[in-house]
Design a protein around this ligand. Structure first.
Ligand SMILES: *Cc1c(COP(=O)(O)O)cnc(C)c1O
Length: 393
């Protein structure tokens, strides 16, 4: 049994490409070409070189001694927080802009919620000298001023989405509309393992450098390539997909996915997609998403902007349904306390998204001999104001 995508673009019953007819040529062009482009040695050479010299890879695999002592198990941190721009997202945007160039595209569009993916996209557009339009809900533009400023400094145009709730899903609709109108010259950089096939697989492949590095780094440190567990937070699921990728079909490696329970799973204010989600279609893919009885997408909530998403990528829906992945949901309160604890124990201030992953150690015991790798998806600088308000710092 394989947990990777099948030749039809499905993970078990999830995935596929449920898109308007007018988008078909755009996604089809990518589907027909992406495997060949990614496997091309000249693509790999350029991708690897940029990951090394521009992003700062390989990121360290750090043995967190004090955290390990506290929870009586062996914890390693995969330091994606040390990537250029402060999180894993740039691994994907570098890969996609190189793909766009090889497809002859001249212009990049993206959607962003909190602005992190917008910044990662604007960054690589500056690097490649390509024009960049980022769609962002008007409400999010007001909430995320520093990231809007970053995108502007990097030369991107930030276009407000004014319809609906004026948040991420409305920005996505605007980006799709733009893509339909500009099918020949424009590439749409999606920021997580979501969207129509082949995006989830393509993004997972770009992020898979994370688990590739974990294997060789563990070999150096522990004399074995497989950890007992890999833990990651899940918004759309890209940092998790990258951290699991090379372990998916090795069932002796436990896969733990951590979702945001917000104010509590039953509070009506959460983003715990696996616990609450039902099968439906979002952003062109069949997956689990939070919806009302009549199929309207529910507005998600989490203190962490990066986990505030009503769905989850089709790979993760399959990991949940098949039982391959263990899914844990963590409240705002538990995540914030875990973020503070890691800061004090390890001298590392994690992004609030990642703090959710750290909170599992209070809920779930591991054996002393277990090797547990936590993917430290991003740094907490962007979240300082939220930490300040929460803890009255
Ligand atoms: C965006 C983000 C996430 C959530 O996105 P995934 O696609 O689920 O990885 C998690 N952590 C950080 C630091 C982020 O910026």
């Amino acid at each position: 049994m394989s947990y990777h995508v099948d030749e039809h673009g499905y993970y078990g019953e999830f995935g596929g490409a449920f898109i308007p007819e007018m988008l078909y040529p755009n996604t089809e062009e990518i589907r027909m070409n992406y495997r060949q482009i990614l496997e091309d040695p000249s693509f790999q050479k350029e991708f690897r070189q940029l990951l090394k010299d521009y992003v700062g890879r390989p990121t360290p695999l750090y043995h967190a001694a004090r955290l390990s002592e506290k929870y009586n198990t062996k914890i390693y941190l995969k330091r994606e927080d040390l990537c250029h721009t402060g999180a894993h997202k740039v691994n994907n945007t570098i890969g996609q802009i190189l793909l766009a160039k090889r497809l002859g595209k001249k212009r990049i569009i993206a959607e962003t919620g909190a602005g992190q993916h917008g910044v990662a996209t604007a960054t690589v557009c500056a690097l490649m000298g390509m024009p960049c339009v980022v769609y962002m809900g008007e409400v999010d533009i007001a909430r995320q001023a520093p990231n809007v400023a970053r995108m502007k400094m990097l030369g991107a145009e930030v276009r407000p989405a004014m319809s609906g709730s004026r948040t991420l899903k409305d920005a996505t609709n605007e980006a799709i509309r733009d893509w339909i109108n500009n099918p020949v010259d424009t590439h749409y950089i999606i920021g997580s393992v979501v969207g129509p096939h082949p995006y989830p697989d393509m993004v997972a492949r770009f992020q898979s450098v994370i688990s590739e590095e974990i294997k060789t780094q563990l070999e150096e440190k522990e004399g074995k390539r497989l950890p007992d567990y890999v833990v990651a937070c899940v918004g759309g699921g890209s940092n998790a997909a990258g951290a699991y990728y090379h372990f998916l079909d090795r069932e002796e490696v436990g896969i733990i996915a951590v979702e945001a329970a917000g104010k509590g799973i039953d509070s009506g204010e959460s983003a715990a997609t696996s616990a609450l989600g039902k099968v439906g279609i979002i952003h062109g893919s069949k997956t689990l998403l939070m919806q009302t009885a009549d199929g309207q997408i529910t507005e998600p909530y989490s203190i962490s902007a990066g986990l505030d998403y009503p769905g989850v990528g089709p790979l993760h829906a399959h990991l949940f349904r098949s039982g391959r992945g263990e899914f844990i949901s963590i409240t705002d309160e538990a995540a914030m306390q875990a973020g503070l604890e890691v800061s004090k124990l390890e001298g590392i201030i994690p992004a609030i998204e990642t703090s959710h992953a750290f909170a599992i150690f209070k809920q779930r015991a591991f054996r002393p001999e277990d090797i547990v790798v936590v993917n430290l998806s991003g740094r907490g600088d962007k979240d300082l104001q939220t930490y300040i308000e929460f803890f009255n710092l």
